[in-house]
Write a protein that binds this ligand. Structure first.
Ligand code: NAG
Ligand code: NAG
Ligand code: NAG
Ligand code: NAG
Ligand code: NAG
Ligand code: NAG
Ligand code: NAG
Ligand code: NAG
Ligand code: NAG
Ligand code: NAG
Ligand code: NAG
Ligand code: NAG
Length: 817
């Protein structure tokens, strides 16, 4: 998904990352032995303002618990680096959503005391309690988040897999208000509340109770998913430590009382947003250090399981040791990559490592937390969305954490077993909306071709992808594909399709056609690998369907007007674009630049009336034939003309928007036209100008780390053609990169000779693989699984020889299948 970020706000990153290493020389492995600590190069605040929607809080890799302060402004990721007020601290989030705000259920909120010691002088509703943060107090680190409110309460949090530990430090005596005059008559008697709400105010019914002896608060609520259908139930359990309990109770609206100790709320038909309600515990002065700890457990199963998750995972209430172990988990995860950062400034290093980090936030491991069916298989959720993540996140996880990727594949196949289809998007146990193809097919094929086994039932996996290709589901807006009848009989999705077999939005006929074609190619590859030759032939045949929407005489006139040069309409000079096509075979018309930033940029979303391309223009989608670039290049007039057109796409201001995932591949397609050097050149034009280490440092919403995976993969030099066993070779942005495979323990080294940190020598002149000359401009996953050394000799000018011969080009269906 791509919500464009608009305008430019120049807020530099709050965490200045390791200036010590500005001229950083040392080989940086993730350990801290050499004085290098990779965590100093992760800035979770990148992308937390201006539409990035990144979750910057405390989480473990793929963890279910994700804690952060929630703001009342740009709240999709919980927190934003803007001027919003903080309304609470909640325990679960999704990162980078382009849809609404997910989760954020049962926020807690501390107050040092109630003015005049009158309970109802405390603030209970989100609106009433919203407080500014004190600037410069935000600390975001892997496994840790902290901020001070303008009430001078300092809030810290760290996590385990399903639980959060908060540490609230109250101002001494309750009157030490740093940013304002002291509140008169504020006795020091902290009150902490838990609210039956979520970020998007989606709650329908809920219940909460507080135990007057222990202070334990348990709650259950029914909520809605942020980009999908249905509802989910979530359960919550909070325990407190550090102060004697003074009183307990519940609140409704802005009134509270100490009797009763529980309440239940139902939708009353008029309550949007739902009525504020929750429970509270008030304490005596804290025993030590003005601190109270709050331990929160979460579960999708029951409140009992929420409590036992917390009791098991945070038995000793030791904040520092929990934080240290969270940090250690991250060091280990990131430690499979080593870079020699000689000559590379701290800013680029932070861009790189933060990208790796954000690629490992989701999907979330909910194994043991799935109430929908019983299974011994792993259960991951927050595939948000596969339309975004198939292109680069899953290939990156496959490189860096193949075991987790295998668990995710198993969970996808188990979702198919129990729900009848693979998801294209899924969050909070609910089905999410499909945006184009059934792109889990690509994720499965990618892992299959890269040899992942690890307990994966590939037979059922194959059945699942074939089901996508063959069986139209009754509601294809949330799974599978629509228009399959036409797809099979006509070979494209007609713009005016007659499809009485299923329900879904009748838009995006062009982008669905090119995605279905690629999905079918991925099925063909799996079929071939499994010896199902007839299937392979059938699906590779369908993968050619993209060409049925190609209108060879279509021209494109671009509106390049600016305020300086109004009425500047320019014939791009290129002929042949994908165009709408009707059931009767005749072509319709959609301006090829429509839905590029040049022309009605945002009119191609799911929730608008929609057009025939999704979140992008026909200019963009005409290049999307990853299965058969050889044929596309011939179709568009041969290699020189193809290169001229692809350069034009990148070099014409506002024709391409790099902040949506379909654009990533456009950077690297030059490889197929014998110009690998141009892929390298354009990677450097986007990094760091569009992907960098500032809080605005990503050009679109992150979609669970997609923007991060782009910059990281591009900087490692190896661009995966997701769904194929192909990595396109470019020089890494570092002198040397090592990647150690978690399944085989083998290390792959990519080394640049003649490297310079100013990036003047960026063009590969020659290469060797394990000491032998290597002229192909691509490489297969074997290199990572078995290890080896790929050495690239760089120069200032594009080479006319390396990687340019026909035999050096990556495979295409029409020439290789
Ligand atoms: C805090 O920072 C925000 C964002 O940079 C800024 O808009 C605001 O004015 C600052 N507030 C104070 C009190 O300095
Ligand atoms: C804290 O921030 C809130 C929300 O902006 C504001 O209403 C309140 O007056 C502030 N309190 C202090 C002590 O500055
Ligand atoms: C958290 O979950 C991961 C699997 O996602 C598991 O490998 C790890 O051991 C768990 N950590 C703890 C502390 O239980
Ligand atoms: C209270 O305020 C004083 C003066 O601003 C400051 O030095 C001290 O650290 C504060 N104490 C706490 C616990 O915040
Ligand atoms: C809310 O009501 C629905 C439908 O009656 C029920 O399935 C769900 O469990 C209820 N949730 C809570 C928190 O009571
Ligand atoms: C990569 O691994 C090789 C072999 O283990 C080692 O000699 C080299 O120093 C490593 N490079 C980096 C950047 O850590
Ligand atoms: C051409 O683009 C300019 C600048 O974006 C815009 O103001 C104008 O309305 C556009 N003209 C047409 C005919 O779309
Ligand atoms: C084909 O169908 C389209 C859309 O209904 C219509 O506009 C067009 O006139 C038809 N063409 C022919 C040749 O029937
Ligand atoms: C472009 O946007 C304008 C303004 O919303 C609208 O009137 C026009 O119909 C749109 N054009 C297309 C092709 O969608
Ligand atoms: C960082 O990236 C953002 C978003 O793409 C961009 O607007 C900004 O200009 C970049 N900043 C720098 C210093 O390159
Ligand atoms: C870091 O290096 C890159 C590449 O040379 C350069 O574009 C960027 O401006 C540098 N950043 C800083 C903060 O010096
Ligand atoms: C690189 O190209 C420039 C012109 O673009 C040329 O002047 C220079 O001699 C070339 N350098 C080498 C080493 O070929």
């Amino acid at each position: 998904m791509g919500t464009p970020t608009t305008g430019i706000i120049s807020i530099r990153s709050v965490v200045a990352s390791g200036l010590l290493f500005l001229h950083g020389a040392q080989s940086s492995s993730a350990g801290i032995s050499s004085g290098f600590d990779v965590l100093n190069y992760v800035n979770p605040l990148i992308g937390t303002v201006n539409g990035g929607h990144v979750f910057p809080g405390a989480t473990l890799p793929f963890g279910m618990a994700k804690a952060v302060a929630d703001v009342n402004t740009e709240l999709q990721g919980g927190y934003a680096s803007d001027n919003g007020d903080i309304t609470g601290f909640s325990h679960m989030h999704d990162s980078g959503t382009g849809g609404g705000a997910s989760l954020g259920n049962f926020p807690i909120f501390p107050q040092a005391g109630c003015p005049g010691d009158v309970l109802n002088n405390c603030f209970f509703t989100k609106t009433d309690r919203a407080s500014q943060r004190i600037n410069e107090t935000v600390q975001a680190k892997p496994g840790y988040f902290a901020v001070s409110l303008n009430t001078s309460i300092h809030i810290e949090m760290t996590v385990s897999n399903h639980s959060v530990l908060y540490r609230f430090t109250f101002p001494n005596g309750g009157t030490n208000i740093s940013t304002a005059p002291p509140v008169p008559n504020l006795p020091y008697s902290p009150l902490i509340l838990a609210d039956l709400t979520d970020l998007s105010d989606s709650r329908t019914n809920a219940s909460i109770q507080v135990d007057s002896n222990s202070g334990r608060i348990t709650a259950t609520g029914t909520f809605g998913p942020s980009f999908g259908v249905g509802t989910y139930d979530l359960h919550f359990c909070a325990d407190f430590k550090g102060a004697r309990i003074r009183d307990t109770g519940v609140f409704m609206n802005n009134r509270a009382g100490s009797d009763p100790k529980s309440l239940q709320v139902y939708p009353d038909g008029t309550d949007s947003p739902p009525v504020p309600a929750g429970a509270w515990v008030q304490f005596q002065e804290p025993d030590q250090n003005d601190q109270i700890l709050v331990r929160v457990g979460l579960s999708f199963m029951s409140t009992d399981q929420a409590c036992s998750n917390a009791e098991k995972e945070i038995a000793d209430w030791d904040f520092e040791s929990l934080r240290t172990s969270a940090e250690e988990v991250w060091r280990q995860k990131l430690g499979v990559v080593q870079v020699d950062a000689t000559g590379v400034n701290a800013s680029l290093q932070t861009t790189f490592w933060s990208g790796v980090y954000r690629s490992m936030i989701s999907p979330q491991d909910y194994t043991g937390e799935n109430p929908l069916w019983q299974s011994d298989e792993p259960y991951y959720d927050s595939y948000y969305c596969i339309w975004d993540s198939y292109r680069s996140i899953h290939p990156l996880i496959t490189l860096l954490d193949p075991h987790s990727q295998a668990l995710m594949i198993r969970s996808l196949i188990d979702i198919y077993r129990h729900e009848g289809k693979l998801p294209d998007c899924r969050m909070s146990l609910c089905k999410g909306f499909t945006q184009g193809g059934s792109n889990a097919d690509v994720v499965l094929a990618d892992s299959y071709l890269k040899g992942l086994k690890d307990g994966i039932d590939w037979e059922t996996g194959y059945e699942a992808v074939v089901s996508d290709a063959e069986d139209e589901p009754p509601i294809w807006s949330i799974e599978g594909r629509g228009g399959l009848h036409s797809w099979k009989s006509l070979g494209y999705i007609p713009t005016d399709d007659f499809d009485p077999y299923g329900t879904g939005p009748f838009t995006r006929s062009i982008s669905r056609t090119v995605e279905y074609a690629y999905d079918d190619f991925c099925i063909a590859e799996m079929a071939k690998g499994m010896g199902r030759d007839n299937d392979a032939e059938k699906y590779v045949g369908r993968s050619e369907n993209w060409i049925n929407m190609y209108k060879s005489d279509q021209r494109s006139i671009l509106n390049l007007s600016t305020t300086q040069a109004p009425n500047n309409f320019v014939d791009s000079g290129f002929t042949g674009f994908l165009q709408p096509r009707y059931l009767n075979g005749t072509f319709g018309y959609q301006d090829p630049s429509l839905c590029s930033p040049l022309y009605n940029f945002t009119s191609c979303y799911l929730n608008t009336n929609g057009h025939e391309t999704y979140e992008g223009s026909s200019w963009l989608y005409t290049f999307y034939v990853p299965q058969d670039m050889a044929k596309l290049i011939v179709t568009l007039g041969g290699p020189d003309e193809f290169v001229r057109r692809l350069r034009y796409l990148h070099e014409t201001p506002n024709l391409l928007y790099i902040g949506d995932e379909q654009a990533f591949l456009m950077v690297f397609l030059f490889h197929y036209a014998s110009r690998p050097g141009l892929s390298t050149h354009f990677a450097h034009t986007y990094i760091p100008s569009q992907f960098n280490d500032t809080t605005v440092g990503i050009p679109g919403n992150d979609d669970s780390g997609a923007m991060g995976s782009f910059s990281t993969l591009a900087m490692m030099g190896l661009w995966p053609m997701s769904g194929q066993d192909v990595y396109l070779i470019n020089p890494p942005f570092f002198r040397e990169v090592n990647i150690t495979n978690g399944l085989t323990g083998k290390t792959a080294t990519v080394r640049n000779v003649n490297f310079d940190g100013a990036y003047e020598n960026i063009y590969i002149q020659s290469a060797t693989l394990n000491g032998k000359e290597y002229t192909k401009n691509w490489i297969t996953h074997d290199f990572f699984a078995n290890g080896g050394v790929l050495e690239l000799t760089l120069g200032r000018n594009e080479s006319t020889t390396w990687g340019t011969a026909d035999a050096d080009l990556p495979p295409s269906a029409s020439t290789h299948f």
